[in-house]
Design a protein around this ligand. Sequence first.
Ligand SMILES: Nc1nc2c(c(=O)[nH]1)N[C@H]1C(S)=C(S)[C@@H](COP(=O)(O)O)O[C@H]1N2
Ligand SMILES: [Mo]
Length: 388
Amino acid sequence: MADLTSRVADRLEPVFARLRRTSSDPVKSTRTAVVIGRLLGAAFTICFATGVFSHVLQDYPSWIVLPRPVSLYRVTQGLHVISGIASIPLLLAKLWTVFPRLFEWPPIRSLAGVLERLSIAVLVTASLVEVAIGLLNIFQVYVFPFPFRQTHYALGWVVFGSLIVHIAVKLPLIARYWRSGARDRPRAGAVVSRRGLVGIVGVMVGAVTVTTAGQTIDALKPFNILGPRKQNIGPQGLPVNKTAMQAGVIAVAKSPEWALEVVAGGATTRFDLTALRALPQTTVDLPIACVEGWSQMARWKGVRMRDLLEAAGAAAESDLKVRSLQRNGVTSRMEMPAGFSADPMTLVALELNGEVLDIDHGYPARVIAPGRPGALQTKWLARIEVVS
Ligand SMILES: Nc1nc2c(c(=O)[nH]1)N[C@H]1C(S)=C(S)[C@@H](COP(=O)(O)O)O[C@H]1N2
Ligand SMILES: [Mo]
């Protein structure tokens, strides 16, 4: 057995040595790994914090009602997707830099060394899968056989947890090579200087950011080449997440029989469009901020949720269960904590940007509330039930 191991090792060592030599480059130094690592660490930290925030908000916790500033979620989710996209070139550059270390010899030196390599394997794998499924989600490709949000969230903890372990293990090196004066190896013969490399990575980060961030940052709108949803493009000047056709609601939404049911204390009150239009109308400016990273401000007009609840004999401040005409899918139902139902900016909207709601934006009536993820701004309302 020992004989076999040493024979395998004898064969493997020159292979590793060759791979190490061909993949090595003076620019792939510890200092470079630290320089790119700090940028990647910053991007991952922003992405993780905003991601946890978004995940928690989507579970309608009544203990976290944050309606102001109205664009808070727009900013945090914009940052989530921007930092996630920016982390992709950083991650690739980091892997390129440390790749030769994969072929260090001997590969197994100590138990601590094995554990460290395992934690790096987890960090690398989880990071690659996390950014890949995140990217697919931005492009609305839900091909994976698992629920996106829960998987992306769980993996986020794996990435962040193993990142903390990685940083802790590498702390002495990080401290030594943090400052720009730190020199590690002579750099003659490098394919590119460190400055050059950081410059190239910077240009790549800039390019992917500028060509996508316009889906949420108004000033970058003209450069939004890759973001799938374009600001101001769509019916009534607003992008559409899912059309009425895709949701299978055209006939029911256009039916003259339509009426919004408000269920409170065992009694059901039906409000048809005429009844809704007869209630006091309020206009608010509120953004749609989609989890997929696009967002846009819009002007909505309709009935305040609190006014509607009072017209149905319920308290303005009520926990609600909201149902869409749409039959299936997570967006067909939504819960609204009392903190939002009582908010003077929360509307059952009937109009968008000065016109009767387009069918794709939720005609005859939709919810629009301040500071909530787009996925909770339910379109094609059918029923609002007071839970408590
Ligand atoms: N019934 C229903 N409501 C819905 C959705 C949906 O698919 N079905 N999509 C939600 C999502 S994810 C977003 S981002 C917003 C987008 O609103 P818009 O399509 O009017 O721009 O609507 C939300 N309301
Ligand atoms: Mo969304």
